[in-house]
Each structure stands twice: as C-alpha cells, then as structure tokens.
Design a protein around this ligand. Structure first.
Ligand code: ADP
Ligand code: ASP
Ligand code: MG
Length: 410
C-alpha cells in the first residue's frame, strides 16, 4: 500500500465522461489498497475562456482579480470528480488551494509555492477518503488567491507529492509519455521509457510544454519520482529520474525541443567601446525582461551589432527601451523580428561526445536552413532560425540524430 499523487490535465477532465473515466481509474488504485491524492486541472479550454472573458473587459486585467477568476476553473473539476467518486461508493473530499493551505508568495499569475500544510489531507486519507485538490492555485499570506503560471497544476501535483512523501507522482495527460519531440509535430517521434530530471528540465525550458518547468525543478530538488502517462490508454509512460551510473547506453541526444515564443532584437552600429553590452542589456533587465540568446558582432568600421532574444510578449516594451538607449549611445538603428523560432537538441550524452554541434549544423545546412544565432549549455545546443523552417528543422534533426521510430520500436 502506497501513497500516490495523480495529476489529471485539462483534456483528461475535459468532459463529464472524461471525469467519470478518471474516477474509474482512481477507484482501481483504491481497490489495490493505495492512498490516492488527485490534483485536477480545469476542463480543457476553460482557463483560456476565462482569460478571454477578462480581456473582453480590459486589455491588462488586474492580476489579483485575474487569479480570482481563473482559479474557478480547477474548482469545477475538483467538485465534479468527487461527485463521480461518491457515485462509485468511495469517500472523497475536494479542497481548493487556500483550503489545503498551499501557501505561495504574492506574485499573482506566477506565484511560487512556499509551504504546504498537509494536515487536512493526511486526516482525510486516514479516514479512507480520496483527496482531490484543485491544481494551479494557492493562497498568499494575506489570504489572496494566487495562481502558479500556465500549466501550473503539474507543479501542484509534484509539490504535494513532495510534501506528502508520496511513492510516485503520476502526471496523466493526452499523450502516453514524454517523446523525443512533440508527437503532434513529428509523427515519427518515439516515447522515451525514461529521461533524467536534467534533460527534462532542458526540454521543458526550451519549449516542450508537456510538463511545467517548475514542476520538473521541484521534482529534481525533492527527488520525487515523476511519471508521465496517458489517461486515455494503459502503458508504462515515461519515468523522470536521476541519471543512472551506467551511461554506456545513454543516447547521444534524448530529445528535440522547440518554441515560437521568442522575438529577436538587434541594435545596429553601436560604438565598440567597453561597457556597451551593459548599457544596452542593463536597462532591459532592469525592466524585468528576461533575455535569452545574445550575440555580438564587430564590423569592419569599428562599430558593433548586438542581437538578443526576449519573450514575444516583452518585445514591444524592450524595443521602446532600446530606442531610448540607442539614441543616447549614437547607435544606428534598432530592429525587431518576431518571425523566429528556437530549436534545441538535448541530451546528457553530449557531455562525453564531441562533434554533436557539427552534426547539427551540417544537417541544417543540407536542407538550406540558415542559423541566425547559437547558444549552448553542457547538455543542450539551441539555434535560432526563421520561423517558417521550424518543422523542417525539427524533422531533419530528429532523423539526423537517429531518433525516428522504426518498425522495431513502433
Ligand atoms: P495537460 O492538459 O494534460 O497538462 P499539456 O497540453 O500541458 O497537457 O501537455 C501535453 C502535450 O504536450 C501533448 O499533447 C503534446 O502535444 C505536448 N508535447 C510537447 N512536447 C512533447 C514531448 N516531447 N513529449 C510529449 N508531449 C509533448
Ligand atoms: N488550467 C491551468 C492552465 O490551463 C493550469 C493547468 O492546466 O495546469 O494553464
Ligand atoms: Mg499541462
């Protein structure tokens, strides 16, 4: 008998029928003698619908009120799931974030969990109840409802599993595990039996939204065994765990991540003197805008161009800051470009193998894709390319690194 935390995403609770199917699965685990804590997302599309309602009134809704609004989605799911469990003769009680007391900081729409009070959950489990918790939400010190950022129910699941020292945190979604790349984009993507926390963190950070980044950070930090599974079919899913000692069989590249969320900004013709990078990037970071890839080129006339990427939502704000800075420095111009995409190859095997970058660049050059920027870490290489070549790039790299599904492993 173990304690298991199961998180069900939006599609998995997307209709009353799906919620009944979740109840059946929970009952199966109860019948096997396990204690089950369930974390639910809002029904699919609901969070977007609520944000749409807010934006139909005001372009930039007040963050506190936005959190109060979007947190309702998860509460619908939690109560419906409990009703479905009652119908099956099982005890079940639902709690929202503030009722559990998932204490967070006060950064509305992107709050971080500080502490979880597990006393109510433990008491209910001891009474033989299933406990159903609304994902994505918490409460700050002053009793305000907060939310954990899009996809945040994953983090609720992992944080509860850590607090309760659960045997496993199971993330049920609409794919049957973590794949070598998004299976909706590359048909030949393969399911991975396992992936390390470190690789999963890079995959998530570089755009694979199958798990929220913070949930992977949390799972790694507290060593929570994490498994991604389908709520639509049976199967082993993908286990996310620490690196094994025996890396002999580790694949060179575990996966390919991509995103279209960034925009590129270039300041042209900056006098090439010490401190220019700071004078340009300092005000951008002071405005709380995160900078990702940075490239600086010196040209023959002694000036320099600085190019960097930011989240697309921050492009306008960053461009306005740069216009001011550029004027002050006598730079030639500021150019913004949204039509870029970032493709990243990820794998712990990179540590012990040379030549991976050249394989990547060669494969892209063979299909005539121009690389605009490059950035690397110990287990990742990312390139910025024209957005219109994104799918071609991902498919090409998937084949080049031998990740395609074959009949043997189909
Ligand atoms: P949920 O609503 O259950 O939280 P999400 O939509 O957040 O589900 O995450 C599941 C989706 O993640 C899949 O439908 C898939 O398209 C996408 N995805 C992106 N990259 C990957 C990957 N490498 N492996 C599996 N799924 C991925
Ligand atoms: N419902 C929230 C969202 O759509 C949280 C989640 O599903 O994880 O982002
Ligand atoms: Mg999700």
């Amino acid at each position: 008998m173990a304690l298991i935390v199961q998180k069900y995403g939006g599609t998995s609770v997307g209709s009353v029928e799906r919620i009944e199917a979740v109840a059946d699965r929970v009952v199966r685990f109860r019948d096997e003698g396990h204690d089950v804590v369930v974390v639910v997302s809002a029904m699919s599309g609901e969070t977007n619908r609520l944000i749409g309602l807010a934006k139909s009134i005001v372009d930039q809704p007040d963050p506190r009120e936005l959190d109060a609004l979007v947190a309702t989605g998860e509460q619908v799911s939690m109560a419906l799931l409990c009703m479905a469990l009652h119908k099956r003769g099982h005890k079940a009680r639902s709690y929202n974030g503030s009722q559990v007391r998932i204490l967070t900081d006060d950064s509305h729409t992107k709050a971080r969990i500080r502490e979880i009070d597990d006393s109510r959950i433990r008491a209910d489990l001891a009474q033989g109840s299933v406990v159903v918790v609304a994902g994505f939400q918490g409460v700050d010190e002053n009793g305000n409802t907060t939310t954990l950022g899009r996809g945040g129910s994953d983090t609720t699941g992992v944080a509860l599993a850590a607090a309760l020292k659960a045997e496993e945190c199971q993330i049920y979604t609409d794919v049957d595990g973590v794949y070598t790349t998004d299976p909706r984009v590359v048909e030949r993507a393969k399911r991975l039996d396992r992936i390390t926390f470190e690789e999963m963190l890079e995959m998530a950070s570089q755009g694979s939204k199958v798990l929220q980044i913070r949930s992977v950070e949390f799972a790694g930090k507290y060593n929570v065994p994490l498994r991604v599974l389908s709520s639509f079919q049976e199967g082993p899913g993908t286990l996310i765990s620490y690196e094994e000692d025996n890396q002999m069989e580790a694949p060179l590249i575990s996966g390919i991540a991509f995103n279209r969320d960034e925009a590129k900004l270039t300041v042209r013709g900056v006098p090439d003197t010490p401190g220019v990078a700071y004078r340009i990037l300092g005000p951008v970071s002071d405005a709380n805008i995160e900078v990702d890839v940075i490239v600086q080129n010196v040209s023959a006339d002694g000036t320099t161009d600085i190019t960097f990427t930011v989240h697309r939502n921050d492009r306008k704000k960053a461009e306005a800051i740069l216009q001011d800075v550029a004027k002050g420095m006598g730079a030639r111009e500021v150019i913004g470009d949204d039509r870029i995409a970032k493709v990243s190859i990820v794998g712990v095997g990179m540590r012990s193998h040379a030549g991976i970058a050249s394989t990547m660049f060669k494969a892209l050059s063979e299909v005539n894709i121009n690389i605009q920027m490059i950035t690397t870490s110990e287990i990742k290489i990312s390139v910025i390319i024209d957005e219109k070549f994104l799918e071609l790039a991902v498919r090409t790299l998937h084949t080049a690194f031998g990740l395609d599904k074959t009949d043997d492993n189909a």
